[in-house]
Design a protein around this ligand. Structure first.
Ligand SMILES: [Zn+2]
Length: 264
């Protein structure tokens, strides 16, 4: 199964003991691309560092609502110009844990949406208990390319998101017994969804409570396949194509020729 991991945090200390061997294992086991997501200055820079070691790891830059009080527009501008930084995110609103004051979250989200527009980059949205407000912020700036990472809304909200042409992304939470995403999974068209692990968080049910990794991404594809009554390969292939297009994955650099051809 050929897979595209669209949301990982492999730079975090959880992976310090085995990061490189795990990444190599992922690439051997069918993960072809990984987007490593930044959520503040440190993780955005560390994500970019990771991209320098692996051709098929790309990264993002952004300040998560939890880190909104540290927002520095210059960091976003600087990293947004890097070739391997493909999106602004994860950014958004989190009215569940409220680690930053609401007005700061709103201002920082709005600022980063504008930076994404300015640098023509897609947006990875973190929306926790803030569905309608996240939607309104994106809509008012006429955003075209956004993904609701770890989608947690109902089908009515999903339809609103889909009507804007935005993407919905599913994590291991779809495998939890209390998941209420089955209807959303049935609703979402084949060209508007992606899959992600959000590792080290949100391990699928069979591994719940333990560290998550891209190696479990196939479990999410399998669960979606079961609900949509299609094959896991169809889920994998379609979400791969969607992610490839959404993040605008550049072609691999052409290897220098070895001048074997004879000159006439
Ligand atoms: Zn995340």
């Amino acid at each position: 199964m050929k897979l595209f991991e669209t949301h990982a945090h492999l730079d975090l200390p959880d992976f310090d003991s085995d990061r490189e061997s795990l990444i190599n294992k992922c690439f051997q086991q069918g993960i072809e691309y990984i987007i490593n997501i930044g959520f503040n200055k440190e993780t955005s820079y560390n994500s970019l560092e990771l991209t320098k070691k692996h051709l098929h790891i790309f990264s993002t830059v952004g300040y998560h609502p939890h880190d909104a009080t540290d927002f520095d527009a210059e960091v976003v501008k600087k990293l947004a110009r890097e070739k391997k930084v493909l999106a602004i995110g994860e950014i958004g609103l989190d009215f569940f844990r409220n680690l930053s004051p609401y007005p700061v979250q709103r201002e920082v989200f709005a600022n980063q949406i504008r930076l994404a527009m300015e640098y023509d980059l897609p947006i990875v949205v973190h929306d926790r208990n803030a569905h309608q407000e996240c939607f309104n912020f994106l809509k008012q700036d006429n955003v075209k390319n956004a993904v609701f990472h770890c989608f947690s809304g109902d089908i009515i909200f999903a339809q609103q998101v889909l009507d804007e042409g935005w993407m919905i992304s599913f994590t291991g939470s779809v495998t939890y017994p209390n998941s209420n995403l089955d209807d959303v999974i049935r609703l979402v068209p084949m060209d508007q969804f992606m899959i992600e692990t959000d590792c080290p968080y949100l391990s699928p049910q069979s591994n719940r409570g333990k560290r998550n990794s891209p190696l479990f991404l196939h479990l999410i594809a399998e669960k979606i396949a079961q609900i949509k009554e299609i094959t896991p390969n169809q889920v994998a292939e379609q979400s791969f194509a969607n992610a490839h297009k959404f993040f605008r994955i550049p072609p691999d650099p052409v290897k220098p020729a070895h001048h074997k051809k004879r000159k006439h």
